[in-house]
Design a protein around this ligand. Structure first.
Ligand SMILES: Cc1ncc(COP(=O)(O)O)c(C=O)c1O
Length: 350
């Protein structure tokens, strides 16, 4: 660990709503301050180029279809561009019914691209080969053909669950058998890699396109990368521009992204340990909580509004995640002390 914030005062705000709330550390701000920049729409920003090269080094490599990385403003845009490199109007993407692309991306595939999503309920947010065999359809007259399998790893709404790499490999083999593309929403792929010890590149090998967020637990202020085959790069850049994502001296942000890829991946283990601590404490107080695989704790309470409101009064922020369920997410700005305070407050207010 290289650059956490200093230990907060007891009673200070503990924000467990999401790992998107992290603020840049002094070291991240220094990297941004020192960044060399140019106009990225002209392809002239050296800090963007350095981030993209680093992302490719981590998530691509021998045997991978991912041979270029593109820096984009958000995870939503990264997923959108990635999926559109594989599918167009009238095509179908199959995914879990609670996937982020379905629940939280404003139906952008339908809105902007005429792409249909077909969903199925899953265990732990994970599609199985058996389910996919039932879902996949070959296109033909009067038949909407499946084009893409979309997988979310880790899965947000399922509570930070991690796909076993063998299952991903089996899905990749199935996709090859049917001539389908695989897009991974890897907003929190680094959490998956740290939790399992599986190298990032092994996950990368599964995907035709892969999105990774720099601005979640990794702690960059803004930004995602989307990886794809190099021959798609120009088309993806046009798509990014069409979506309003042609950015100029983006190197200031890319420098933050590169810094966190270089320095904040391994420390995600601390967030996982804090999530486990929180869940253990809650269960010790008779509250039902998942056994977190990464940094997301799902907590069952009778009245979510009451608990969220009462916790807020004690400077603990958590989010309702569905009927009777709260979500707490650990991250760079949450310390062990904060987690212990949160556990006590949630137990008192449940
Ligand atoms: C799994 C997943 N994918 C994509 C996103 C979108 O990221 P952004 O908010 O940067 O657009 C999120 C955001 O929380 C997410 O959890």
């Amino acid at each position: 660990m290289t650059s956490s914030h200093s230990e907060p005062e007891p009673g200070a705000l503990v924000d467990l709503r999401s790992d998107t709330v992290t603020r840049p550390t002094a070291a991240v701000r220094a990297a941004m301050f020192e960044a060399e920049v140019g106009d990225d729409v002209y392809g002239e920003d050296p800090s963007v180029a350095a981030l993209e090269a680093r992302a490719l080094e981590l998530f691509g490599g021998p045997g991978s279809r991912l041979t270029t990385a593109l820096f984009v403003p958000t995870g939503v845009m990264a997923n959108h561009i990635g999926l559109r490199m594989n599918a167009g109007p009238g095509d179908e993407v199959v995914c879990d019914a609670d996937a982020h692309i379905v629940a939280h991306e404003d139906a952008n595939l339908a809105w902007h691209a005429g792409i249909q999503t077909r969903t199925t309920l899953t265990e732990r947010g994970q599609l199985s080969v058996e389910q996919l065999r039932r879902l996949i359809r070959a296109s033909g007259p009067y038949v909407v053909g499946t084009k893409v399998i979309e997988l979310e790893n880790t899965h947000n709404r399922a509570g930070g669950t991690v796909y076993p790499i063998e299952d991903l490999r089996a899905i990749r083999a199935l996709a090859d058998e049917h001539g389908l593309f695989v897009h991974i929403d890897g907003a929190r792929l680094c959490n998956a890699a740290v939790a399992t010890g599986t190298p990032l590149a092994e996950y990368g090998k599964i995907a035709d396109t892969l999105s990774v967020c720099l601005s979640k637990g990794l702690g960059a202020p803004v930004g995602s990368v989307v990886l794809m085959p190099a021959e798609k790069r120009e088309e993806a850049k046009v798509m990014r521009h069409r979506l309003g994502g042609g950015w100029r001296q983006a190197g200031l942000l890319a420098a933050a992204g590169k810094y966190v890829l270089d320095h904040h991946v391994d420390r995600l283990a601390e967030d996982h340990a804090n999530a486990k601590l929180l869940a253990d404490r809650l269960r010790g107080n008779g509250i039902r909580a998942n056994v977190p695989e990464t940094n997301i704790v799902m907590i069952e309470v009778a009245d979510t509004v009451k608990t969220v409101t009462a916790c807020r009064e004690r400077n603990i922020l958590i989010t309702p995640a569905g009927p009777g369920v709260l979500r707490a997410v650990t991250h760079l700005d949450v310390t062990e002390q904060g987690v212990l305070e949160a556990a006590a407050a949630i137990a008192d207010c449940a």
